[in-house]
Ligand binder design. Structure first.
Ligand SMILES: *Cc1c(COP(=O)(O)O)cnc(C)c1O
Length: 373
């Protein structure tokens, strides 16, 4: 019998029941393990492996690649650790990589580091298939879809086909969608990478990341990089992540539905421009998103007339905290331009929809807009 997605999510990664043991074993705090004789077996030293990671990795793997026995997941201390593990283990001097021009902020720093290692970095915006023109001879194509913060979407199947034809591997930053919103490996990507700090864990209380690979040969260098860099998740964080994962479907169903309701309400406003939500039928990303995503995410973005209005709007919200990051159960929003680095207008707002009642949240946002107009 095959289980539905909600059933798989609440049971993901649980070990076989054992009498008098907990359903989800608690975090294992160990720097070393009893290791008589020749070093062998699954657990030797705490930087290499940890049973709490193993349970979480199985859980994430069951959502990223349901029923695929070859897929392997490796968890990291943060999303950036996961991203770095793929880029720096796959690329060497003389290689070329294609990065998004409009992706996660810290990619600009990564780009400088790659160039310092004599790796050629090409960039292309997420939408409009611009990646196709710069793929030739590249070793790796990195895509982020939907992109943060612009919420553009690229056609993953099309880009994967072109990249593979030219001998390039494909990594997809799936942070915004989570594996219940989009399954990159099924769309053909070689690496599904994410910051689990965001929607996957969803409570705004831990940093974590993961990489899921199509097979063991792709996972090995990623695992080796974790060992070299030592970018390992704490057992407590890994356990909290597993605990949080059980409610992923419940949280996403609520958050994505409310994001859609909010986007619809915002689309009726004169003072809101540049509204983006991939779930809106009129959104430039909608057609491609509908062909590859199973949920459209919890983030809505829009532009208010100027910086001053955006700041007053954020200050007037009561149910939405002025804070960075996204995907949590409590709504947050920020004026993205305050960081510098993203090519966005001064009044650009990224709003992450939480698990509040839709009615309350939409009323709060509309009231804050009215009060500051
Ligand atoms: C937050 C984020 C990251 C970085 O993750 P950390 O957990 O903060 O290291 C990477 N990619 C995207 C799309 C993100 O939103």
């Amino acid at each position: 019998m095959t289980w539905g997605e909600g059933t798989r999510t609440v049971r993901a990664g649980l070990p076989e029941p054992q009498a008098y043991e907990p359903t989800l074993p608690g975090p294992v705090f160990a720097a070393h393990y009893h290791l008589p004789g020749e070093p062998a077996g699954p657990y030797t030293y705490g930087r290499d492996e940890n049973p709490t990671w193993t349970h979480l990795e199985r859980a994430i793997g069951e959502l990223e690649a349901p029923g695929d026995p070859d897929a392997e997941t490796v968890v990291f201390a943060s999303g950036m650790a996961a991203i770095s593990s793929v880029l720096f283990s796959q690329l060497k001097a003389g290689d070329a990589v294609v990065l998004p021009a409009d992706g996660y902020q810290a990619l600009a720093l990564v780009r400088e580091q790659l160039q310092a290692y004599d790796i050629e970095v090409r960039t292309a915006p997420t939408g409009d298939d611009g990646q196709l023109a710069v793929l030739e001879g590249a070793r790796l194509l990195w895509i982020e879809t939907p992109s943060n913060p612009g919420l553009d979407v690229c056609d993953v199947r099309r880009l994967v086909t072109a990249a593979h034809a030219g001998g390039a591997l494909v990594a997809l930053d799936n942070t915004l969608a989570t594996p219940l919103g989009q399954r990159p490996l099924e769309l053909g990507a070689d690496f599904s990478v994410a910051s689990d700090t965001k929607g996957l864990t969803g409570h705004g209380d831990i940093l974590l990341g993961h990489v899921t690979c199509r097979d063991a040969s792709l996972a090995a260098p990623v695992r080796r990089w974790r060992k070299i860099a030592g970018a390992i998740a704490g057992p407590m964080e890994a356990w909290l992540a597993h605990r949080s994962l059980a409610t992923l479907q419940l949280r996403l169903d609520r958050q994505c539905a409310t994001a859609m309701t909010l986007a619809e309400a915002l689309s009726a406003r004169q003072d809101v421009t540049g509204l983006r939500y991939p779930g809106l039928p009129g959104d430039p990303s909608h057609k491609v998103a509908a062909g590859q995503m199973r949920r459209f995410g919890s983030v809505v973005s829009f532009v208010l007339p100027d910086r001053e209005r955006a700041e007053r709007f954020l200050g007037a919200l009561r149910l939405v905290d002025d804070a960075t990051s996204f995907g949590g159960v409590r709504s947050t929003a920020e004026r993205r331009g305050r960081w510098g680095g993203d090519a966005v207008p001064e009044g650009f707002i990224r709003l992450s929809v939480g698990a509040e009642d839709a009615e309350d949240l939409v009323a709060d946002v509309l009231r804050a807009l009215d009060e500051t107009s």
